[in-house]
Structure formats: structure tokens, C-alpha cells
Design a protein around this ligand. Structure first.
Ligand code: HEC
Length: 225
């Protein structure tokens, strides 16, 4: 009977659909949203990914890149923070392929990407009596990308601000060249546009390879004559 057959086929199709969805559901739940989904589909990221519109995608897995350094409570200008103000940690990561290249040459290859993660600090957590440890709160995530064609106008480097807290953006365009990042990173850095003077093992590499900029002056302070 044709009607029975159609009903049977529909039941089978529905069941098949349910099984398929059942199999997919756990994986789908783990998938990050939006741009990060592309990263997940292609395996761990290692370097900058731009959308067709030129927006830099915030990598979810930058903590699987190379760790470079941690600074605590760094301030650069002439004004000092008020006593008792919380001191933030900043953690610097760079994509693995560029890190390996830097170890060989003391220079950053094109398509190098850095992530600067600024985190809250906490005191007296668990068994700690006197130090400071990193909290779960992300104050900000910023990034720098070397791409000599894309960022021709700003010396080959672009700077990005993904915001912080619960407002982290999935993708951002480069900050305009009037942003303070460009001038400070051009004027005060030891290697190219990067603060390798604060990255102890990489600074050794740069000194050995002779790639420290002749303009780098360890005694210079920002905002002082
Ligand atoms: C007054 C100087 C100054 C300004 C302005 C500044 N930075 Fe930095 N930046 C630093 C210093 C110093 C470090 C090294 C941090 C450390 O050692 O932990 C750094 C490190 C970084 C890094 C890690 C890679 C590197 O270049 O060494 C990124 C990414 C970064 N900054 C992004 C930004 C962005 C984006 C802006 C603008 C919104 C910005 N910075 C503005 C001084 C500055």
C-alpha cells in the first residue's frame, strides 16, 4: 500500500534525523561562536586570520601559542598610579611559527601576531600568604600583527583592541594610526615594533643576532626629557 510505505519512509527518515542530531548535539555545543568556529574547524590557529572585510579574528586558543612574558603593574607615563590601586598582570603570547623563526634570526617574519592579555591580580588566594596571583577576570585583550602590505602606512605593524571583561569582541579592524599604540611601539621598542627588552630569553637572542635597534636606549623613560 503506497500510503503505508510513505508513512514508513517518513518514520525512518525522522528517526534517522533524530539519531544524526543526537550525534551532532554535543559537538555543536562545544563549538565556539562566530569567527572562532572557523578556527575550531581548521584546528589550532597560529597567526593572524582576517575576514574578507579586513577584520582581525580574536583567536580563542592564543594560550596554546608561545608564552613570552608576564609583566606586573607596568605603567609608562610620568604619572604613577595611586597607592593601593590594583596592579594588573599582562601576559604576552606570540604565534608559534614566528617564535621559532625569531629564535633563528632575531627578527619577526611577516604575519607575526602577538596577543597581550591583561588580567586582574588577587592576593592571599588559597595557601598564598603574601604574593599576587592572576585572577580569572580579563581586563583587556589587545593584539599586534606584522603584515608589511596590509599595514604599509604604519611601518608594517597594525594594532587591535578586542576590549575586555564580558565585552570581548570576536573581531576588530586595526586601530587608526592616530592611536597611541603606534607611536609608543615605534619609539620605545628594542626590536622592530616589539618590546623585546622585556622578554628576557628573546632579548638574549636579539643581542646575539645583532637585531637590537641602534635607537634603543635602556635609560630612556616615556614622558621624561
Ligand atoms: C606608552 C607606551 C605604550 C603604549 C601607548 C601602548 N603600548 Fe603596547 N606595550 C608597551 C610595553 C612596555 C609592552 C611590553 C609589556 C610587557 O613587557 O609585559 C607592550 C606590549 C604590547 C604587546 C605585546 C607585543 C609587543 O609589541 O611587545 C601588544 C600586542 C601591545 N603592546 C599592544 C598595544 C596596543 C593595541 C596599544 C594601543 C591600544 C598599545 N599596545 C599601546 C607599551 C605601550
Amino acid at each position: 500500500m503506497p500510503t503505508k510505505l510513505i508513512v514508513a519512509a517518513a518514520v525512518i527518515l525522522t528517526l534517522a534525523g533524530a539519531v544524526h542530531l543526537g550525534a551532532q548535539a554535543p559537538a555543536a555545543r562545544q563549538l565556539p561562536r562566530g569567527a572562532a568556529a572557523q578556527v575550531a574547524a581548521a584546528g589550532p590557529s597560529d597567526g593572524p586570520r582576517f575576514s574578507a572585510a579586513g577584520m582581525l579574528q580574536r583567536p580563542d586558543d592564543y594560550r596554546e601559542w608561545n608564552f613570552v612574558t608576564t609583566g606586573l603593574g607596568m605603567t609608562y607615563g610620568p604619572t604613577q598610579p595611586a597607592a593601593g590601586d590594583p596592579r594588573f598582570f599582562d601576559n604576552v603570547f606570540v604565534n608559534r611559527a614566528s617564535y621559532r623563526e625569531f629564535l633563528k634570526t632575531g627578527q619577526w617574519p611577516d604575519k607575526t601576531m602577538f596577543v597581550l592579555e591583561i588580567r586582574s591580580s588577587e592576593a592571599k588566594v588559597s595557601i598564598d600568604n603574601g604574593g599576587q596571583t592572576q585572577g580569572s577576570r580579563i581586563i583587556a585583550i589587545e593584539a599586534a600583527v606584522k603584515d608589511v602590505n596590509r599595514f604599509k602606512e604604519t611601518g608594517g605593524w597594525g594594532y587591535f583592541d578586542f576590549g575586555g571583561g564580558t565585552e570581548l569582541k570576536a573581531e576588530m579592524p586595526a586601530l587608526p594610526k592616530s592611536a597611541t599604540c603606534y607611536a609608543c611601539h615605534q619609539a620605545n621598542t628594542a626590536v622592530e615594533n616589539t618590546f623585546v627588552q622585556f622578554y628576557p630569553t628573546l632579548f638574549d637572542v636579539a643581542r646575539r643576532m645583532g637585531t637590537v635597534k641602534p635607537t634603543y636606549d635602556p635609560n630612556h623613560k616615556v614622558g621624561q626629557p
